[in-house]
Design a protein around this ligand. Structure first.
Ligand code: MG
Length: 252
């Protein structure tokens, strides 16, 4: 069913599938997370992601999506999102965003986490905790009766109050039978704007937060987004469903 704002409301049957998909994806991410260590290339990490996906008999959502070559977007340090798996070698003190999507029974699920390799600097610990917490602040606002931009505003104020920058060039999205559905979900904006949220909407909320300035550019591979000033960036994402009593995190 489509609402007038073209945000698809999922049926209970669809939500049940999306819930299962989210659980499978969460187990993939947590398995891969445990295997990360210095000396690995991002190509090797992508192979682990692919193996974990194949083992669960689900379909990698990113591989081949608009020609993307990997199963995961792997974005190291100054890379913001959409990092292409390749020869980059992880070193102690690095941070890496692992962003994975799957298709299960025709429905998409999408999640990302950023982790430190070995011991990371205090500033990076703070970047990771603030980005993760900003995501949860956004999720708290994803409740029926709120406006879409209440999510955006909560993410923005939490991060900016702690002197980090919100990436504005990329946004979260609705998700379901397609990886990207309406609405776009910016991580910034004034509160109480945009469509009213309803039970059964399913969103991928994904703050991307920089230590330096917000500006980004895309590398020559056509995919990898980096912070223009070369400073570190973090990215956390959950697929959530708006329920009777607030948001349910499907990818937890
Ligand atoms: Mg996403």
């Amino acid at each position: 069913m489509k609402t007038d704002s073209s945000i698809i409301i999922k049926t209970p049957q669809e939500l049940a599938i999306l819930r299962e998909a989210g659980g499978i994806l969460a187990s993939i991410i947590s398995e891969v997370k445990c295997s990360l260590k210095s000396g690995m290339t991002t190509q090797e990490i992508d192979e682990k992601v692919e193996a974990a996906i194949v083992e669960r008999d689900v379909i990698p959502a990113f591989k081949g999506y608009r020609g993307f070559p990997g199963c995961a977007c792997l974005s190291v340090n100054e890379e913001v999102v959409h990092g292409v798996p390749g020869g980059r070698v992880l070193a102690d003190g690095d941070i890496i965003s692992v962003d994975v999507g799957i298709i299960y029974k025709g429905y998409y699920s999408d999640t990302a986490t950023t982790v430190g390799i070995g011991k990371i600097g205090q500033n990076l610990e703070k970047l990771l905790s603030v980005t993760s917490e900003a995501l949860y602040k956004g999720i708290e606002q994803a409740r029926a009766g709120n406006h879409l931009s209440d999510i955006s505003h909560a993410v923005q104020t939490y991060a900016e109050d702690r002197d980090f920058s919100i990436v504005r060039d990329f946004v979260g999205h609705g998700i379901g039978k397609n990886l990207h559905e309406d609405p776009e979900i910016p991580n910034f904006g004034d509160p109480h704007k945009g469509p009213v949220l309803k039970e059964g909407m399913v969103f991928a909320i994904e703050p991307m937060i920089n230590i330096g300035a917000a500006a980004t550019r895309i590398l020559e591979d056509g995919w990898t987004v980096v912070a223009k000033d070369g400073k570190h960036s973090a990215h956390f994402e959950h697929t959530i469903a708006i329920g009777e009593d607030g948001a349910e995190i499907l990818t937890k």
